[in-house]
Write a protein that binds this ligand. Structure first.
Ligand SMILES: *Cc1c(COP(=O)(O)O)cnc(C)c1O
Length: 358
């Protein structure tokens, strides 16, 4: 009987990469594998897809170096840039590329003594207003890049959408136009589309796309990605460790927040907030057991949840429980909880076992 286990399918992962290539056949791919490949295990994910992608995208230098130490040779891009000037020599010798989004980073690049120049990407703020240089600063940054011997002559341009998941908003189009105008006539490659842009805004694909969540078979909206032909890479499972007779009118779990209306059977599943399954969730959030959905009742504990199996159930101790996966999309679970799919998949703790299937 297995406790909380994330089953990871390389077949699904490779299927998703191929589907993404079909959607953006003219664009190169920066595969986003930050946050331990969204909880899927970065070493495994990178090894499975390295041949099919052009570059990997991470958020931290430590993530980039972990990939290098596992033998990854494709370029790796630091999506938020470097955090300290002492990172620059490490970036230079490890074939790591970096975003530059502010003057402090440019000054550090100018002042550094490096064994070889670094490939950089100018981050342009087209409306997210989180990172990036202003549209009217782009020309000045390009001139400074051209003059800086520590920067490779072929630098690129990057921006990020803030509302690409909102299909009825015109903000994405506005951001795209600003990006195209600011980079017009410039030689460098351009990239603005993450998962939302890839799925919903074809004109935004440009030279490179940056798929994150859709690579893992989950959509950036609450519509299950299976509707776009993607397949979930992770199935989060655990097991029933008890099936208990439960009397009408009796509460279950900490605080007694749920009381049964009628006689039933309560299943106890070996997963809890200690595994990263969120504690504050509405009653009735579904799990999948033996071909059907059943509701979580009572509080989520550190190591267990309780579900209402119904009086006539035939479930047994040891039966597999699916918290999310093909049978019960993560998007559906996240929507029930009022959380983001992104959040749920990156929250899992190291206690959850990982099993690579097929
Ligand atoms: C995380 C990230 C991505 C991937 O986003 P998804 O919505 O998961 O596809 C792309 N670009 C940047 C800059 C990011 O930080």
């Amino acid at each position: 009987m297995k406790p909380a286990t994330a089953k990871i399918s390389s077949v699904a992962l490779k299927h998703n990469i191929q589907l993404i290539k079909q959607k953006a056949p003219e664009s190169k791919i920066i595969a986003i594998v930050k946050a331990n490949a969204y909880g899927h295990g970065v070493e495994f994910v990178a090894s499975q897809i390295e041949q099919d992608v052009d570059c990997f995208g991470v958020a931290r230098l430590e993530e980039a170096l972990a990939l290098r130490s596992k033998g990854v040779i494709k370029p790796i891009l630091l999506l938020e840039g470097f955090f300290s000037e002492t990172d620059l020599p490490i970036i230079a010798v490890n074939n790591i590329q970096t975003v530059v989004h502010n003057k402090e980073q440019l000054d550090a690049l100018k002042a550094a003594k490096l064994p070889n120049p670094i490939k950089v990407w100018l981050k342009i703020d087209t409306g997210m207003h989180r990172l990036g240089v202003a549209l009217e600063e782009v020309d000045a940054y390009c001139q400074a890049f051209e003059k800086c011997p520590n920067i490779e002559p072929h630098f690129g341009f990057v921006s990020h959408f803030s509302r690409a998941d909102e299909l009825d908003s015109d903000y994405t189009q506005i951001q795209l136009e600003r990006f195209l105008t600011a980079t017009k006539g410039k030689a460098g490659e351009r990239t603005i589309a993450a998962s939302g842009g890839i799925l919903f805004w074809q004109a935004s694909h440009l030279d490179l796309i940056r798929p994150g969540i859709i690579m893992y078979g989950v959509s950036p909206t609450d519509t299950p990605a299976q509707e776009y032909g993607l397949e979930p890479v992770m199935t989060l499972t655990s097991s029933l460790i008890a099936v208990r007779d439960h009397k009408a009118g009796e509460p279950v779990g900490y605080g007694g927040i749920w009381t049964s209306e009628k006689e039933t059977k309560i299943g106890v599943v070996a997963i809890g907030y200690g595994d990263g399954y969120p504690r504050n969730i509405p009653q009735g959030t579904p799990v999948y057991i033996n071909g059907r959905l059943v509701p979580i009742v009572g509080r989520v504990s550190m190591d267990m949840i309780t579900v209402d199996l119904g009086a006539d159930c035939t479930d047994k101790v040891g039966d597999e429980v699916i918290l999310w996966g093909k049978e019960l999309p993560l998007e559906t679970v996240a929507k029930h909880m009022g959380l983001l799919s992104y959040e749920l998949m990156t929250k899992l703790t190291p206690r959850v076992l990982t099993e690579y299937i097929d």
